[in-house]
Design a protein. Structure first.
Length: 203
């Protein structure tokens, strides 16, 4: 994963990995059998880490509704900030390189992207059902817009962080535009105000 995150998935090879690990090529070949299987194993492991740091905590530790929308975005940003995987967010790079191809690895990568967008869309739908965002809000389009903000944040971070610091405020502004009067307007005054609201609101 470190090689793929820093140099691209195509940089992975049995020989390259054997050199990094000071193992024989034949010893590694026994584990994977081919370069394709090695790449597939890297993508599968990266997907497990992504789910474990973002999708599962948002589902298991955060209540449904607008809070879960926020948590998914916040966990995604933390995942990138903490460099849990090399390069900040492993899947954006491999997605651009491989999504248009037609093989097992490209299908793996597209499924992770779809899983992420489904989680965002479902969180929006749940918030709509709970009356926390407007009934007319399009969940699919909103998931796309939130994802666009996050990918834009990654670009900003890679370009020196020009606008990166305002990413959470931008997400909060988006949530404010969706929210109903069930959420106090003052909760959207700042990220700090939002975090205070989440800690103190009735359950």
């Amino acid at each position: 994963m470190h090689i793929a995150g820093e140099e691209g998935l195509g940089a992975i090879s049995i020989g390259h990995l054997a050199k990094e690990l000071r193992m024989s090529k034949s010893g590694l070949f026994v584990h994977f059998g081919s370069k394709d299987k090695l790449e597939a194993a890297v993508v599968a492991r990266a997907a497990d880490i992504f789910r474990g740091h973002i999708l599962y905590p948002a589902e298991e530790e955060v209540g449904a509704g607008i809070e879960r929308i926020w948590a998914l975005c916040d966990f995604w940003l933390e995942f990138m900030e903490d460099r849990v995987l090399p390069g900040g967010y492993f899947f954006s790079g491999v997605f651009f390189l491989h999504a248009g191809q037609h093989n097992f690895i490209s299908r793996q990568i597209r499924e992770v992207a779809r899983e992420w967008l489904r989680a965002l869309r479902q969180a929006v739908e749940e918030a709509r059902t709970r009356g926390e965002i407007g009934i007319a809000v399009n969940a699919k389009r909103t998931a796309f817009e939130l994802n666009s903000l996050l990918l834009g944040a990654q670009w900003s971070r890679l370009l020196g962080g020009l606008y990166y610091a305002s990413t959470r405020s931008a997400i909060l502004t988006k949530l404010k535009s969706l929210a109903t009067e069930k959420i106090p307007a003052t909760a959207f005054d700042s990220v700090m105000a939002w975090q205070h609201y989440l800690k103190t609101r009735p359950r």
